[in-house]
Write a new protein. Structure first.
Length: 205
């Protein structure tokens, strides 16, 4: 990742993303995780284009209106939203977003773009029975089910857990082959959205 495209004439050209983050926060996008998702929101896609983890962008950077990245992020989101009712829906399929940014000349993280194309060709991206991306409501419901079962029956914790290996073994015994990396990515996806809810519930209970 590089801040060089901010432009040398910008008053904060020398500032880096890392300087605005806590030392233990990595701004790099999780390539495997995002490449295998069936759809992204426009805001997620815009952050990913620069190679940044959307959650980090939303939590740590958007309140800092002085950093040039925020200006770029906001303008690109607005551009995408202006065409979202036409050729660029929201949520959008990753491959569709890649085609769009190429058409309009917006740079996209090469590593993630390659991973997205690979996942699409291999059929690794999650879609519904009609071949369309899962709706946000269906996706959230499935993530809650996955996370709830993993926490309850496999003591899953995103910071330290062998749950993915155990689940992979059980699925294999049932004839449902799924690699451990995919399971780990889905568990992490669910935990990113809902593990805090579980922790808060435990504290209250």
């Amino acid at each position: 990742m590089s801040d060089s495209h901010w432009g040398p004439n910008h008053p904060h050209f020398e500032w880096t993303i890392e300087e605005h983050l806590p030392e233990d926060v990595d701004p790099a996008a999780r390539t495997l995780h995002w490449a295998q998702l069936a759809s992204w929101s426009i805001q997620e896609a815009t952050a990913l284009a620069s190679g940044f983890e959307p959650g980090v962008v939303f939590k740590y950077l958007m309140e800092d209106t002085k950093h040039p990245f925020v200006e770029q992020f906001t303008s690109r989101v607005r551009l995408a939203e202006r065409v979202s009712t036409g050729k660029l829906p929201s949520p959008v399929r990753p491959t569709e977003y890649l085609d769009w940014v190429k058409e309009v000349g917006i740079p996209f993280c090469p590593e993630l773009a390659k991973a997205v194309r690979s996942a699409f060709k291999s059929g690794a991206q999650a879609v519904g029975g009609d071949g369309k991306p899962l709706s946000p409501k269906v996706r959230q419901s499935l993530l809650k089910i996955v996370l709830g079962l993993a926490v309850k029956h496999y003591r899953y914790n995103p910071n330290r857990s062998s749950a993915s290996k155990e689940i992979q073994a059980i699925l294999s015994d049932l004839g449902l082959g799924l690699d451990e990396d995919t399971i780990r990515a889905r568990l992490r996806e669910a935990a990113d959205e809902f593990f805090d809810v579980i922790e808060e519930h435990r504290l209250k209970g």
